[in-house]
Design a protein around this ligand. Sequence first.
Ligand SMILES: Cc1cc2nc3c(=O)[nH]c(=O)nc-3n(C[C@H](O)[C@H](O)[C@H](O)COP(=O)(O)OP(=O)(O)OC[C@H]3O[C@@H](n4cnc5c(N)ncnc54)[C@H](O)[C@@H]3O)c2cc1C
Length: 379
Amino acid sequence: MIGVDVVVAGAGPAGSVAALVLARAGVRVWLVERETIPRPKLCGDTINPGAVASLRELGLVGGPLETAERLHGMLVTSPRVAVRATYPRSRVALALSRASFDFWLTDAAVAAGAQFDCEVRVRGPLWRGTAGQAAVAGVEFMRGDGRLSVQPAALTIAADGRRSVLARAAGLSRHPRAPRRWAFGMYVTDVDGMTAMGEMHVRPGHYVGLAPVGGGVTNICVVTGRRPEGRTVEDVIRRVLMSDRRLRDRTAASRSVGRPRALGPLAVDCETPGVPGLLLAGDAAGFVDPMTGDGVHIAIRGGLLAATAALEALESGNLAGAAPALSARRAATLGSKLRFNRWLRRLVGSAAAMEVTGLGARVAPGLLRRLVRYAGDAA
Ligand SMILES: Cc1cc2nc3c(=O)[nH]c(=O)nc-3n(C[C@H](O)[C@H](O)[C@H](O)COP(=O)(O)OP(=O)(O)OC[C@H]3O[C@@H](n4cnc5c(N)ncnc54)[C@H](O)[C@@H]3O)c2cc1C
């Protein structure tokens, strides 16, 4: 046991940013991660223009961001339409492997003074008080060698991703019955026609994202709602590509590198981002859909908001006030974007709505361009 004020569970973007902000303010913060780092992460690997700006505001520049691929917009296609939507001239997205991006952010948190341990799996909250008045007072965790232990803390930030054990144990999050979507991703070489644009190919029942991550490697993610055909993750992805008239030829010569990965169900609903003693950040506070490619930005903002709420609570001594304060801040800062993301998720889930949107995009492609800019936090 060590003396800490705040435990942060999970060293993804939300956890590392929360730990960094707290450590810079002089708070004793312990950031823990269940994997060894750098760890792989199934993701489209795009850091959108809004996220790039938020990182800059935090003074987080350089590192792997310097050498990342610059993306100047998105190519969005449906079976009938293809629209190239560029970001405003001063804005770019970056494409780089999440393993190196997340590792760099964790490093920044450590450099700011956060204590960090990997191979520490949080198993649940440490509760104090009785039912009705219970509050989270730290975490129970297991080290890589199987040793169980507890770590008390004034506040705990759950940044442990979509399947957050802390959010679930506190009864805050769950996978909704609908939509049920799964993601399948792999890296490949030799994709024809990649440019300095991200790509989103929306089809009935599924969509495919492509991003050039440098060195001639392309990240391909397939998100599908139905039980997909295929014996392996790569087989699922290849079948989708082969059945697609726009992607078939472009990917015919591609060769996979590294291990393909799958995860799901994707959506996570969360009613409120905390209870006394516990604050949620990033995907742990809910996940809508990868389509908009803004998860990292929401995680960065969510980590910052959770750290700010924690700082105020520690300063005022009103620990129970942290969760309501975070809830109000998230509603003000992220509320409209999350509503937009849910609307977009419904849209791509409805064949009729997609048809109407496809026709609309043909007649007025400017509308789709504005949507893409808003989705990329580049408006
Ligand atoms: C297919 C797909 C494609 C996507 N593409 C994009 C994209 O291109 N751009 C974008 O911005 N977003 C994208 N997203 C969303 C993005 O990946 C997430 O929103 C983002 O990673 C959330 O960050 P986080 O810090 O909340 O969680 P995570 O990045 O998931 O980090 C959580 C961390 O907690 C650790 N952890 C989990 N459980 C425990 C535990 N019990 N104890 C300790 N540690 C634990 C995990 O190992 C992990 O390191 C995509 C998502 C999917 C599924």
